[in-house]
Ligand binder design. Structure first.
Ligand SMILES: Cc1cc2nc3c(=O)[nH]c(=O)nc-3n(C[C@H](O)[C@H](O)[C@H](O)COP(=O)(O)OP(=O)(O)OC[C@H]3O[C@@H](n4cnc5c(N)ncnc54)[C@H](O)[C@@H]3O)c2cc1C
Length: 361
């Protein structure tokens, strides 16, 4: 059975797709595959219950929709994902958010490619922008990353996806006699998987401070000083269904693995966020902010851009397709549905080819 797009949708009696990784990319891919009728098994070192583990990225995300790239395929993924994430608003899983976004130049706004995708997009006047930069306002949304991950996991399980904890040394280790395709959604794990060893994979360190501030109902993203210090970016993202938690960020330190939060940086982050959103504090001072905790997470980036491609390998004398889906860096949630759909399409193509090959034998 095929969809109009030419992908297989029929259930497979025995063949199994193994997804390695249970971050937003792995789980969303697993869910799409399960909805297409595949038998899906997920194995991952970290599962959605590991909310405070720094070994993976997904629970630390803002997680709002605000493009960081003008790369054509990423724009496509983000456009698709915004439509899917909007569908979660009535369920309370996503929250609509007005956004003010500032940058040093138009290239920092990624040349406005999303002006017709985001609602109510407007260029700001020079007098509305800080530091002599440029800016836009638009309607976006945020999701509560830890809650959302648990929701996708539950959707997967309801469709029969099996999800287990496991530390995988090599992708070939998960190939069992019934495995037709392996999806590699390991994020930074692709640096150390012994049959991937992708040295282009690198962390982008992000330090954030969680503040209880129920009055904050807007998002601000300010990278207007990035020409002076590219590691800095100030952002304020309220989290839906969180009892008023707002994420104050942040930094963007490419290649840094420093796990410990720097308290001086946290203070600076809070001061800068307060300038944009005074409602973060009861009295307009940092001391008047109800700080929950400071944290550090690592965005799973990749020099040269994310890897989404199929690689066919011989594993124990059998041809197995590996679909790589990692390296999305700062945009995993906002690109999740689009990237996962294309990963799922690569899986479907591989299954279809393999079935055609078998039929010819
Ligand atoms: C501070 C911060 C703020 C962010 N804000 C946003 C935002 O506002 N919007 C947005 O879209 N994105 C945001 N991001 C980025 C987003 O979090 C990531 O892009 C996204 O989580 C990547 O998902 P992933 O599934 O690729 O990787 P991960 O979430 O890292 O998942 C990788 C999975 O692979 C597993 N794994 C790795 N190695 C192995 C192995 N050897 N064996 C078994 N399992 C393995 C891990 O355990 C995990 O389950 C932010 C990130 C940070 C740190």
């Amino acid at each position: 059975m095929t969809t109009p797009a030419g992908t297989t949708t029929g259930p497979l009696a025995q063949d199994e797709i193994v997804v390695v990784g249970a971050g937003v990319i792995g789980l969303t891919t697993a869910l799409i595959l399960a909805r297409r009728g595949y038998r899906v098994h997920v194995v991952a070192k970290n599962l959605p219950e590991d909310e405070l583990d720094q070994d993976w990225s997904s629970p630390w995300a803002g997680a709002n929709w605000c493009p960081f790239s003008a790369e054509e395929r990423v724009c496509r993924w983000e456009t698709e994902s915004l439509a899917r994430l909007r569908e979660l608003i009535p369920m309370g899983l996503a929250m609509p958010l007005p956004v003010l976004r500032y940058a040093a130049t138009d290239s920092g706004l990624h040349n406005h490619w999303y002006k017709d995708v985001a609602k109510n997009y407007r260029r700001l006047r020079p007098d509305e922008c800080p530091n002599g930069g440029v800016g836009v306002s638009f309607e976006s949304l945020s999701v509560n990353a830890p809650v959302y991950l648990k929701w996708i996991e539950a959707q997967c399980r309801a469709l029969g996806v099996t999800i287990v904890r496991g530390d995988v040394a090599a992708l070939s280790d998960v190939v069992k006699p019934m495995t037709r395709v392996v999806v590699n959604a390991t994020g930074l794990g692709s640096l150390t998987l012994t049959d991937v060893l992708d040295t282009a994979v690198e962390p982008i360190r992000g330090q954030i401070v969680l503040v209880r501030a129920p009055k904050v109902k807007r998002c601000v993203m300010d990278s207007s000083r990035s020409d002076v210090d590219p590691t800095r970016s100030t952002y304020i993202i309220p989290r839906p269904n969180s009892g008023g938690v707002t994420i104050c960020g942040g930094c963007y330190e490419v290649g840094s693995w420093e796990r410990k939060a720097d308290s001086k940086l946290s203070r600076k982050i809070l001061e800068e966020c307060l300038v944009h959103v005074p409602e973060l504090s009861s009295d307009g001072t940092v001391e008047g902010m109800d700080v929950i905790r400071e944290c550090v997470g690592f965005r799973p980036s990749r020099a040269g851009g994310p890897r989404l491609e199929r690689e066919d390998r011989a594993v124990r004398g059998r041809r197995v397709a590996i679909v790589h889906a990692y390296g999305i860096g700062p945009a995993g949630f906002q690109a999740s549905w689009g990237m996962a759909k294309e990963a799922a399409d690569l899986v479907s193509d591989a299954v279809l080819e393999s079935a055609a090959l078998k039929a010819r034998l």
